[in-house]
Design a protein around this ligand. Structure first.
Ligand SMILES: [Cu+2]
Length: 349
């Protein structure tokens, strides 16, 4: 009820202000207050120029204060990211020049060509030459930008080089699951009805022979510096979005429709810590698509390491198959019986 009342009050206030403004306008016309109108025009002209100057000062101050804190100043951390930054800079330069020219003309003309009794307006209805110029120049500029963008898009989402590693990324409310294909370099097939939060978070079909060495990790993904990595993205529930700001990549993770992109990291996490002067620096994988009430916390870490460190890490990983069937793990001690019964009970959920 109070909501309706407040809306009604606001509407009422607007109506009153509108009526007062209208009334005072009629009054000044009736009084013939030509002078006051001219005065207002002058003030408006000055305000326009003041707005222009203050606006540019504001842009400069904000840029000075915040540019250094942006990731743009930090530089991209992948080969693909450098191309994205290049496109962004070219776009910013072109649009920046257009912005400055049009804003200066807009506000300066508003001041310069304010009402003047001694000046007559020059009127012309049409100029083919002008129309051609202001159609052709933006069309050519935009075509060049779009062609560059498309070329890069097909590059990032196309086939990666032969030596690329592949990681499957699955989004879930609210976190990330990473799957490595193991020694055979082939992912086992999966089926969503096989999903079991405790032992089989992506629904791997264990009967598939390729599935036996698949490795699952959560929240942290390891990749190798200088080695292309292809990501196969998917989701277990709603639409998520893989956002890799440091690598300048972003792609939706959609349930049932795998999407792909690939990139080549150029700095290890350690190198990036030195480069940024931030000892806690971590490459982030964030969800860039509002996906529910825990969306804000849907973050993971990407560890970029060199090949040796990666091999060491990989050697420590145990195929998920042995987590699902501990009794089949050759390295396990024979206390696994109890584990396998708990597995059966959880699998019923
Ligand atoms: Cu999400």
């Amino acid at each position: 009820m109070s909501l309706y009342l407040s809306v009604a009050i606001i509407v009422f206030i607007f109506v009153v202000i509108f009526q007062i403004a209208k009334a005072s306008e009629y009054v000044s016309i009736l009084k013939g207050e030509e002078a006051s109108r001219q005065q207002n025009n002058k003030i408006n002209g000055f305000l326009m120029v003041a707005f222009l100057v203050l606006g540019f000062i504001g842009i400069y101050v904000c840029n000075k204060a915040y540019y250094g804190k942006t990731q743009l100043a930090q530089g991209a951390a992948s080969v693909q990211g450098e191309k994205v930054d290049e496109m962004l800079f070219v776009t910013l330069i072109i649009t920046g020049i257009v912005f400055v020219i049009t804003q200066v003309l807009l506000f300066w003309f508003a001041y310069k060509y304010q009402e003047d009794k001694n000046r007559k307006v020059f009127f012309f209805a049409h100029s083919t030459k002008l129309e051609l110029i202001w159609t052709a120049i933006p069309a050519i500029a935009l075509t060049v930008l779009v062609v560059f963008g498309l070329r890069n898009w097909f590059f990032f989402t196309g086939e990666p080089p032969k030596n690329a590693m592949v990681v499957e990324v699955t989004g879930k409310q609210f976190g990330w699951i990473f799957r490595y294909p193991g020694k055979d370099a082939v992912f086992g097939k999966k089926y969503y009805k096989n999903i079991d939060p405790a032992t089989n978070s992506v629904g791997i079909i264990w009967d598939d022979t390729y599935s036996k060495d698949d490795i699952l990790t959560e929240q942290t993904m390891y990749v190798v510096k200088g080695k292309p990595v292809k990501l196969i993205l998917g989701s277990r529930d709603v639409i998520h979005d893989v956002g890799l700001t440091h690598f300048r990549l972003k792609m939706d993770a959609v349930p049932g429709i795998p999407t792909t992109m690939w990139f080549t990291p150029i700095y290890t996490t350690k190198e990036m810590r030195e480069k940024t002067g931030n000892p806690n620096f971590a490459y982030e994988i964030s969800c860039d698509q509002m996906c529910g009430n825990g969306h804000y916390s849907m973050k993971g870490v990407i560890e970029v390491v060199d090949q040796e460190e990666y091999d060491l890490w990989m050697a420590k990983q145990k195929p998920q198959y042995f987590t699902a069937f501990p009794e089949k793990d050759p390295s396990a001690v024979p206390v696994v019986k109890a584990d396998s019964t708990t597995k059966v009970t959880t699998a019923k959920m």
